[in-house]
Design a protein around this ligand. Structure first.
Ligand SMILES: Nc1ncnc2c1ncn2[C@@H]1O[C@H](COP(=O)(O)OP(=O)(O)OP(=O)(O)O)[C@@H](O)[C@H]1O
Length: 901
């Protein structure tokens, strides 16, 4: 959509006190004072029907908004740069600026210019900032994504503890969580916050620099004083009108500090107005499945690698019918649980809907009629709501009552049913007071039902009759003057006026007072018209004022039930998610998983939820596979040709775990999962050039994170570790990583590799077993069966895949020739012996018997080794020796660093 503002659309200069030359004019002084009070935000300075931006703000905002940069008046001998946006579609521009990471202070006129004029000729209109719009404090539908939560997060530290607090002010959800340092990136990635408040001291800590970088634009550093835990306690007590926080559960100092910082920031940005918030609740870190940012990205849980929702797991499983349900599904997918009991409770809810299709259909039908209760309530609480929000509350509550009846006495849904509070009296009052169709903004009037309020009805009649009087007056003037084309019109400048075309001017009576003459017509005022106008205006104004009063009293009635409405909104969302997951389960043939405290991981007939649906669209079917990572075979080494389905298999098991632990049925014929506490996945490789990390570096950083954090309850998915470097470095690293996972981390895991040499490890590591993806060679073609079976792959068929990809035939033939020779050489080097040759260095240093090594003369490496007396080497000598040998190898035998497959 083109939202650029034509240069001429700015209001004329001089509409308010002037921006004049020389000293700061009163207007500039007012502007500059407001600007100084709100550093770090662009100032939207209200002037009539526009928000204007001046000086530096104009220079920054004009290109960001793609609107014309103009100038207005002069200051200190220079033109003042300016740009502006019309208020009627200011939200559009705000949206653009917020998206680009700006914060915007909205400065309004606090009085009518006429009132200012009454104080004397050049008096300034009073203005002040009424709100600072920041990415974490949005409430408007136009600025928010309807189907994802928008969190404002604060991170705080106290006495060595670290904690988070977060709110979604568009629904009032308020949480705290104590986190370990190592768990901070995972917690922040889970929340995917719109804005993260960080004390300057933490922001400057070098060990956290990577975390803040990861969060990017969202981070807002604030003075350390904003995170004072004593002040925080006071703030929380005030906000929730309690004398002590004891009843809220035991918050740590850092949690208090973070929660207090959030309240402080809300007060600052909302200018003292606090939205309705739930009482803060503590989330225990161990209650949720820990998923670090890289794993989250790799598994494409809520967005695909390209950043869009399309292609993600969320898009594949979302069958919710309300926005609130969509948000809750997204939250649950981002934060699956790590305790079997609450998972089972969620699964019970889903199962009850799977088993009763009729109830499911009825509930989903009723939910479709449910507006976004939570967001409507939040706007009303901040004074930003309108009649449509009141009506949304009424309709939502009405449906809540209907849904409670539809659920009946189903035991699995009793917990939800109890929280659906229909508030019948409030609904009756709202529905009785409001028209069926109401305007968005209260100031537009016309939303209170006719017949509801006697005085209002009288005023409206008066106003509407007056309008009929205008029509009658027009008719009267036409007859009296004989000017049939005479019209009575209205604009903001002249009010009501009579317009006569130029050709008829001779017939205009003397009593008409000329106001404005234009090319084709002349405009007049008359005494009768002025009187009528004043009657219309006063009746209209009084009617509107009365309607606004009635709106305010309805708003207060709604807010008085705010907590009950918020609870109902949450219950409706939970109902939507349960019914939607049941719909998905039936549609996609998912089964209820068993999630318990055991150490099992037994998936029978597992499928990849996203790939399966994609294949189905092309009428292809997905080949189901089993995966059993029970205690005696917790680690699988998966080999198989390119394109055989290794990555798909790895991911599907991680995704089945996520689905099971978020409380969803899973794509399998049966699944038993001993609850997983941390999920790690390193799949694929991408450069992170922006952060100066190469592909290999990214791979190693992520692998380091896994080896340091994975424990016996973790599930680790590793795909092609080590492929980003020279063969032997890569193989050695992969080798050592598998050993570490097996011996030290002792986690459940799947490790896919093209280093077939690694399969030799199975004979030494008791819980490691080898599996492969089967292929069939048929008439010179390779057929991928996508079946996982015990065993190892003998070839990678990389050249076959390259042929499918369209590499030139000459290149393919040459590659086949090289492969043949390399394989001949490899056969003679007996790589399987590697397993017996630990430590690894010995294996890596043994000269290969490829063509480049086949000389009769002893090689340089052999000569060096001949001179070495191992017992006389210091550790430093040994290390230098390794470097020397390695250098020789690279100089003499670059081919050894080509991957041989
Ligand atoms: N179980 C399956 N059933 C049907 N099709 C599958 C299955 N698994 C994978 N595929 C198809 O095969 C394609 C390749 O799968 P995948 O990327 O997992 O292979 P890979 O073995 O990891 O390949 P590479 O080693 O080249 O990375 C997928 O895009 C998918 O379309």
């Amino acid at each position: 959509m083109d939202v650029s503002l034509p240069a001429g659309a700015n209001p004329p200069a001089g509409a308010d006190a002037v921006f004049d030359a020389g000293r700061a004019s009163p207007m500039i002084a007012q502007y500059q004072a407001l600007k100084r009070a709100h550093p770090g935000a662009l100032l939207f300075f209200r002037m009539g029907d526009f928000y204007e931006l001046f000086f530096e703000d104009a220079l920054v905002a004009a290109p960001a908004l793609e609107i014309a940069l103009t100038k207005r008046g002069r200051h200190a001998g220079e033109d003042i740069p300016m740009c502006g946006v019309p208020i009627h579609n200011a939200e559009l521009y705000l949206h653009r600026l917020i998206r680009k990471g700006f914060k915007v202070a909205i400065c309004e006129q606090l009085e009518d210019p006429a009132e200012a004029r009454k104080r004397g000729g050049k008096s300034l209109v009073k203005r002040d900032v009424i709100r600072i719009v920041t990415p974490g404090t949005l409430t408007e539908d136009a600025l928010l994504d309807a189907r994802s939560s928008n969190y404002l997060v604060a991170v705080a530290a106290s006495g060595g503890e670290l904690a988070l607090a977060w709110v979604d002010i568009s629904t009032g959800a308020f949480w705290t969580e104590a986190v370990e340092r190592a768990g901070l990136p995972a917690a922040l990635a889970r929340l995917s916050a719109g804005e993260i408040l960080v004390p300057e001291r933490l922001f400057a800590e070098p060990t956290l620099a990577g975390t803040w970088r990861e969060a990017g634009e969202a981070v807002t550093p604030l003075p350390d004083a904003s995170f004072d835990s004593i002040a925080a306690e006071r703030r929380l007590c005030q906000a929730f009108k309690v004398a002590t926080l004891e009843g809220f559960g035991g918050f740590g100092r850092a949690e208090l500090a973070a929660a207090g910082a959030i309240l402080g920031y809300l007060e600052l940005t909302q200018k003292g107005l606090l939205p309705r918030l739930d009482r803060p609740r503590r989330l225990e870190s161990r209650a949720v499945l820990q998923i670090d940012p890289a794993t989250r990205r790799n598994l494409e849980l809520v967005t695909s690698l390209s950043g869009s929702r399309e292609g993600s797991l969320l898009a594949a499983i979302d069958r919710t019918v309300t926005n609130a349900g969509g948000r809750l599904l997204c939250e649950r997918l981002s934060a699956p649980l790590a305790r079997p009991e609450p998972i089972r409770a969620r699964l019970d809810e889903v199962e009850s809907f799977v088993e009763s299709p009729d109830r499911r259909a009825d509930v989903r039908e009723a939910l479709r009629r449910c507006p976004d209760l939570g967001r409507a309530l939040s706007r009303l609480s901040l004074g930003r709501g309108g009649p449509r929000d009141l009506l949304a509350v009424a309709r939502g509550l009405e449906q809540a009552g209907a849904l409670r009846d539809a659920i009946g006495d189903e035991p699995a849904l009793a917990g939800i049913a109890r929280r659906l509070v229909p508030l019948g009296a409030l609904v009756d009052r709202l529905v009785g007071s409001l028209e069926d169709e109401v305007p968005l903004l209260a100031r537009d009037g016309g939303f209170i039902r006719v017949g509801r309020h006697e005085e209002l009805d009288q005023l409206r009649n008066l106003r509407d009759q007056s309008r009929r009087h205008i029509a009658a007056l027009e008719e009267h003037y036409r007859r009296e003057t004989g000017i049939s084309s005479l019209k009575i019109r209205h604009n903001n400048l002249l009010g009501y006026y009579v317009e006569v075309p130029a050709s008829q001017l001779g017939k205009v009576p003397a009593s008409f007072v000329q106001r404005q003459s234009m090319a084709g017509a002349t405009r007049y005022s008359t005494k009768e018209l002025a009187e009528l106008e004043s009657r219309i205006a006063s009746a209209g104004d009084r009617a509107l004022a009365l309607e606004l009063e009635l709106f305010e009293s309805l708003r207060q009635e709604v807010l008085a039930e705010g907590d009950a409405i918020a609870v109902t909104a949450q219950a409706l969302a939970e109902l939507d998610v349960a019914a939607a997951l049941a719909e998905l389960a039936v549609e996609q043939r998912y089964v209820r998983p068993v999630v318990d405290e055991s150490a099992s991981f037994a998936i029978v007939g597992g499928r990849h939820p996203v790939v399966e649906q994609a294949l189905a669209r092309g009428h292809d079917s997905f080949v189901a596979n089993d995966c059993d990572l029970g205690p005696s075979r917790a680690l699988w080494l998966l080999t198989g040709p390119n394109m055989a389905g290794k990555s798909t298999f790895l991911r599907q098991n991680a995704l089945i775990t996520v689905l099971a632990q978020m409380g969803s049925f899973v794509p399998a014929s049966s699944a038993r999962i001993g609850v997983v506490d941390r999920l790690f996945s390193r799949v694929g490789a991408a450069d992170d050039l922006a952060r100066g990390r190469s592909t290999f570096m990214v791979e190693m950083v992520e692998t380091a994170g896994i080896l340091n954090l994975a424990g016996p309850r973790s599930l680790v998915i590793l795909d092609e570790i080590g492929r980003g470097t020279a063969t032997y470095d890569g193989l050695s690293l992969a080798w050592a990583v598998v050993e570490h996972l097996h011996d030290v981390n002792r986690c459940r895991g799947l490790f896919a590799t093209h280093y077939h040499e690694l399969t030799a490890l199975a004979s030494r590591l008791e819980r490691l077993s080898c599996h492969t993806l089967r292929v069939k060679e048929w008439q010179g073609q390779v057929v991928f069966l996508h079946e996982v079976a015990p065993g190892t792959a003998d070839r990678s068929y990389g050249i076959h895949v390259a042929r499918l990809a369209g590499l030139p035939e000459a290149v393919l033939r040459r590659a086949e020739e090289v492969l043949h020779r390399l394989e001949e050489g490899e056969a003679r080097s007996a790589p399987a012996k590697l397993a017996d040759d630990l430590p690894l260095f010995a294996a890596a240093l043994r000269p290969t018997s490829g063509p480049a090594c086949a000389g009769a003369e002893p090689s340089e490496i052999e000569r060096i080794l001949e001179d070495v007396v191992p017992d006389e080497l210091t550790p430093k000598d040994a290390l230098e020796l390794v470097y020397r040998l390695k250098k020789c190898l690279v100089e003499r035998e670059p081919r050894a660093h080509i991957r041989s497959r």
